[in-house]
Design a protein around this ligand. Sequence first.
Ligand code: SF4
Ligand code: SF4
Length: 328
Amino acid sequence: MLLKKSDITKALEILAADASVFVPGQVADVKRFMLWDGQEVELGGDNTTLPPKDILFPCTEKMYNYKLGKSIEIKEVVDNTKQVIFGIRPCDARSIFLMDKVFFEKGFVDSFYKRKRENTLLFAYGCDTVCRTCFCDSMGLDPNDAPNADVMMHDAGDALVMEAYTEAGKAALEKIGDLLSEGGTAEKTTACELKVNATDDLPEKLGKMFEHPIWDEVTRACLGCATCTYVCPTCYCFDIDSDNHGAEGTKYRCWDSCMFSDYSRMAGGHNPRPTKKERVRNRYMHKLSFFHDRYGEMLCVGCGRCVEKCPAHMDITTFIDKVAEVEI
Ligand code: SF4
Ligand code: SF4
């Protein structure tokens, strides 16, 4: 189906009638997702500087309100707002597929994430350009396609080609049906310029390299700032804290980072990851090996944001290439 670009605003108005619609655009010169309120949508060009993961997993999220007294009152904060992420890229859509595993599988369901996820529609947009640091197709993704999206969109000149991938996507397209016309094809030839040698045996090989000297070399530059984890669409660690006011307050969670020295410090002061070597090793191993052991997938979608934003030029792509050269 085809949606004329001049009708995007009308389509968003229809979708926004019963959902919060998030679109890519400029916020203080940073391209990121924001609540649509009639502003211009920047579908094409480079991907957003920040991933849209906070729409499903906010950087700070209220969980419970409580009151202490003769009895204890605990009230879960329930948010059932319907949401649409319009223009999510294939790498970021894939990161949601991976987050679903973390928050739904292995016998544990995170009710806060679940409510948001079940109320969120993904309108993915096939990349029409790639950034210098994009390497998703080396990680098994296709920048032209997001198989777990509800609707897949592609640029076709003065229109968008739209295809529903799920029943929910079909229903969403029916809602805007008056604006759609039949037909339309789009070029799906985008490919990353940066190629990385992520060999099939990478997770297994890394599993045997825990004590390898490579870690002394590749971790030296890290400053421990945690930028890499905050810009990463697949990092999901959080901490839980209280905002306490006398006998009442709120429990909330907020993003945490394994790159901070106190992240793994235990009661009594022992820290099993005392230096940046252990912390960077943990991050790379988690992305490329540990997560694969647990869920059968690598936790890096090749979005390149950590490479682009690291102030110390730490680079997961050169690390992967180095591992490919190691003989064990
Ligand atoms: S790898 Fe780079 S972005 Fe990540 S903590 Fe180290 S210096 Fe910061
Ligand atoms: S590790 Fe880096 S390249 Fe991989 S998904 Fe995270 S931010 Fe993107």
